[in-house]
Design a protein around this ligand. Structure first.
Ligand SMILES: Cc1cc2nc3c(=O)[nH]c(=O)nc-3n(C[C@H](O)[C@H](O)[C@H](O)COP(=O)(O)OP(=O)(O)OC[C@H]3O[C@@H](n4cnc5c(N)ncnc54)[C@H](O)[C@@H]3O)c2cc1C
Length: 420
């Protein structure tokens, strides 16, 4: 099947991350033979972004984490889209060039949140997001004695793991009472925080940084309880905001990502689809309100889905159904998550080896439920049980019957109500 048609010869992709690469590959797989141009803002060819809080901090280089870009396309790195003329179907780059399109894929991802007054770019202060941030931080960590990690999400905890593995002092600060609250829920987050304390991370949870200033030896962080933390290096991982500043189409809704329909068509703008962390869409897996999924596998699946939508022509485009999932290794814990954890009414937690002091290390499964239905599962050091549950969840979801029974998998179950 060939897709070179008179009205769809030139596809422009703005981005250059996981979603963009997946879209380009899928266009090739579907037989599109027109011209594909990728405007990639970063000066590097595409790479594995999750490595920025892992291997790139401990010696990996760009060549070790590069993504293949074998699919035919004109890759223009260091080309930042600055403006869109949606009526004339033109993207303008910061460098002044213009790129006309018959169809546009928006895959610009998200950028790190920088609090007002924090001097981004100053030596020793790192907003961990891209490969340049990671390599700069890796160099600073070699010289550091004490590191403050502000923000105890997945990225912050992975960074703390690297800091401790290098035998540097580590202080972690977050306004939440537990770590990784959004990523694993507060119950499992509490267990992971306990393990991190055992591993020497000094926790300042439930505290905000009120003021950040330069000191003689590095940085001084004043907390909202009147105390302060001194550090040579500060790693800030305070969340991300979708990159939509350049998307100047009048009728698009850009609040927390580009609003799309279930097939990832950007609403209010013709011939434009979005994919990855920038897209807010009603995920067909859940028949849900529009939302974003900022995860690596999801970005890949959305990139593929967006390409399918573009090439569906006059046929109905398939809905993009993405089951969120990711994993991480930190402090001897293998953490695996599938599904959605938000909006849970209760969390059923099972310890695999009850009685152990370090509960997380002994193995834990947490099923997040709403209305008797399991919407998400978190496993810590429970890979076999996770595989069983994840398979059941995928199969039940595919049959529009998302029910998973936890007791069938794990005997030692205690049920906790979700707090916070
Ligand atoms: C440090 C870190 C660790 C992570 N670890 C994990 C993990 O372990 N597991 C997991 O599932 N997820 C992880 N994530 C999240 C995951 O990397 C993202 O969900 C995924 O990269 C999103 O892909 P994307 O293509 O939508 O966006 P991105 O990967 O952000 O790529 C978007 C690209 O578009 C470019 N761009 C932005 N604006 C413009 C413009 N105007 N013009 C041209 N180009 C532009 C950006 O520079 C960027 O290169 C991590 C994220 C970070 C930052």
């Amino acid at each position: 099947m060939r897709h070179r048609t008179s009205d769809l010869d030139r596809i422009v992709v703005v981005g250059g991350g996981r979603a963009a690469v997946a879209a380009v590959e899928e266009l090739e797989r579907l037989g599109f033979t027109g011209a594909v141009t990728v405007l990639a803002g970063e000066p590097h060819s595409p790479y594995h972004r999750p490595a920025c809080s892992k291997g790139l901090l401990t010696g990996q280089r760009h060549g070790d984490v590069r993504l293949s870009t074998a699919a035919p396309a004109r890759w223009l790195t260091g080309r930042v889209a600055a403006e869109l003329d949606a009526r004339r179907q033109i993207v303008y780059a910061q460098t002044g060039e213009m790129y006309e399109y018959d169809a546009l894929v928006v895959a610009t991802g998200a950028s790190p949140v920088v609090p007002d007054g924090w001097p981004a770019g100053e030596p020793g202060l790192h907003f961990l997001h891209g490969i340049d941030d990671a390599l700069g931080l890796a160099a600073d960590l070699r010289r550091a004695r004490r590191v403050a990690v502000v923000g105890a999400g997945l990225t912050g905890c992975e960074a703390a793991h690297v800091v401790r593995s290098m035998a540097r002092e580590c202080v972690m600060i977050d306004s939440n009472a537990q770590v990784m609250t959004r990523a694993v829920g507060s119950v499992t987050g509490g267990l992971i925080a306990d393990t991190m304390r055992h591993e020497g991370v000094r926790m300042r949870l439930g505290r905000r940084v009120g003021h950040l200033s330069r000191s003689r030896r590095g940085w001084r962080l004043d907390l909202d309880d009147g105390s302060h933390v001194d550090a040579d290096v500060v790693i800030a991982t305070l969340g991300e905001r979708p990159d939509t500043g350049w998307f100047t189409a009048r009728h698009a809704d850009t609040g927390d990502g580009l609003l799309c329909d279930e097939s990832l068509r950007v609403q209010g703008v013709d011939r434009v689809v979005a994919a990855g962390a920038v897209a807010r869409w009603p995920n067909a897996w859940y028949a849900d309100q529009p939302g974003r999924v900022d995860q690596w596998i999801a970005a890949m699946e959305q990139g593929q889905a967006a390409a399918r939508t573009l090439l569906s022509g006059s046929r109905a485009a398939p809905a993009a159904a993405v089951l969120p999932r990711y994993w991480s290794d930190l402090f001897g814990l293998r953490i695996q998550v599938i599904g959605r954890l938000d909006q849970a009414e209760e969390v059923a937690v099972s310890e695999l080896r009850p009685g152990r002091r370090d509960i997380a290390r002994g193995g834990v499964l947490a099923a997040h439920r709403r209305g008797g239905v399991t919407t998400g599962v978190v496993a810590v050091n429970a890979p076999r049980q996770f595989t069983t549950l994840a398979r059941a969840m995928r199969e039940a979801g595919a049959a529009a019957r998302p029910v998973v029974s936890l007791p069938a998998v794990v005997p030692n179950q205690r049920r906790l109500s979700l707090v916070g």
